[in-house]
Each structure stands twice: as structure tokens, then as C-alpha cells.
Design a binder for this molecule. Structure first.
Ligand code: HEM
Length: 126
């Protein structure tokens, strides 16, 4: 994800910009009609903070940033949830609305969408 003008991480605006995007996306996923069921049990503030931190680090590291992702890989962290293709499509719709909200330009927008799309085989089980 390197181009003439630098890593995707740099082109997205770095750590703070990625954090702002994740802070828009996570509540959108939790509020989604289809996806909300994955976040129904009571969760501590700390668990939510940890999930947010891991999401930021994962994206920042994948985009070529200096963060080190300490979480589990995508297959391990989602295995057993029974995430369907329809769920994944809902995730992609939420992501699209978030990218629209921040008017993320091309080619960065397509690079983000392509990266998240590439993870589908590791996350979808049914
Ligand atoms: C429909 C799709 C998805 C659903 C329903 C979903 C749901 C979840 C849930 C409920 C957790 C918490 C698991 C736990 O605490 O044990 C989690 C963890 C995580 N998810 Fe997803 N997820 C989806 C797709 C994605 C995608 C596309 C990415 C990356 C872009 C992602 C990145 C992560 C990360 C980094 C973690 C933390 C892993 C860890 O705890 O070590 N997820 N996801």
C-alpha cells in the first residue's frame, strides 16, 4: 500500500485520522439492524476501549503505519461467531457510509475497501 506519495497510513492522515474513522465505524456496526446481535451482551468500558484500540492498531499497521498490532489474527478472533456473507456485506455498507462521512478521497478509499474485502474469507464462516 505504498505509492509515490507515501504509505496508505500517511495518505489517510496518520494515527489520529484513523482513530476518528474507527470511532465513527464501531458505533455504526453496533447500531446496525443485522450486526447489532454481535454486541448484545453487557461489556465493560475497558473491553470496549480495548476493542477500539485493537481496531485502530490493526488498520494502522496494515496501512504501513508504525503501530504494532498485538491482537489475534482475523480468523482466530472471529471463529465461532457464525458471521455470514450477509453480515459481511452489512459491515461493508457501514464502512462505506463512514468513508462517505469523512469524504475519504480516491485512491485511498478504494485501497481501504480492497483491504477490508480481502479479509472476508478469514472472517465469514457460513
Ligand atoms: C461482519 C463482520 C464483523 C463482525 C460481526 C465482527 C465482530 C467482532 C467482535 C464481536 C469482536 C470481539 C471479539 C471478542 O471480544 O472476543 C471482534 C474483534 C475484532 N475484530 Fe471484528 N468483526 C467483523 C469484521 C471485522 C473486520 C472486517 C475487521 C478488520 C478490518 C475486524 C477487526 C477486528 C479486530 C482487530 C478485533 C480484535 C481482535 C482481538 O480481540 O484480538 N473485524 N470483531
Amino acid at each position: 500500500m505504498e505509492s509515490a506519495s507515501g504509505s496508505l497510513y500517511t495518505r489517510l492522515g496518520g494515527y489520529d485520522a484513523i482513530a476518528v474513522v474507527i470511532d465513527d465505524l464501531l458505533p455504526r456496526l453496533r447500531a446496525d439492524e443485522l450486526l447489532g446481535r454481535f454486541w448484545t451482551s453487557p461489556r465493560s468500558v475497558d473491553t470496549n476501549n480495548r476493542e477500539r484500540q485493537l481496531a485502530i492498531d490493526f488498520i494502522a499497521a496494515a496501512a504501513g503505519g508504525p503501530t504494532f498490532y498485538l491482537g489475534r489474527d482475523m480468523r482466530q478472533s472471529h471463529k465461532g461467531m457464525g458471521i455470514t456473507k450477509a453480515d459481511y456485506a452489512a459491515f461493508m455498507r457501514c464502512l462505506s457510509v463512514t468513508l462517505d462521512t469523512f469524504e475519504v478521497p480516491e485512491p485511498e478509499r478504494s485501497e481501504v475497501v480492497a483491504f477490508v474485502t480481502s479479509l472476508e474469507p478469514e472472517i465469514v464462516e457460513t
